[in-house]
Design a protein around this ligand. Sequence first.
Ligand code: ZN
Length: 180
Amino acid sequence: MRYISAPWRADYVRGSSAVKGCIFCQALKGRDDRAAAVLWRGRRNFILLNRFPYTPGHLMIAPKRHLADFTEAGPDERAELAELFGTALRVLREACAPQGFNAGMNLGASAGAGVTGHYHLHVVPRWTGDSNFMPLVGDTRVFIEDLDTTYQKLRPLFDHERRRRGRTGAALSRTPAPSR
Ligand SMILES: [Zn+2]
């Protein structure tokens, strides 16, 4: 087994006290998607990599609006979240052939949410035995693959999904409105 350092961790620890406000809103505001690890910008939601991945490819889907609770989301936000969840599963399967996934939300600090003001769906690819070979450093698991390597692997696949779809949200807008 090879113990490795997590090169992005030092940056985070150094910068964390300087970071003001919400990490999701800040990632969304930035123009450099690679620097912010943003993989997808949809109409209502966006996808970004978790800087402290549980496994390589651990990503998050969050609304563009700063919403603390999923119950505050509108129908469009919920529908697109579900759509992007499917996209994320497809991309991760293609990129790293996981044997399973964990997906879920931690709502509220008591539930383990690191960021409580902006809800986000975690999508974590899993492999049999992955929790055994990943060493824990502090409360953070570290990996052989650094974040930018993961980003460079996943971004072209998300871009391919976008081209396949034609344009952002095309799959959603083709869905007929419910008749009343
Ligand atoms: Zn926010």
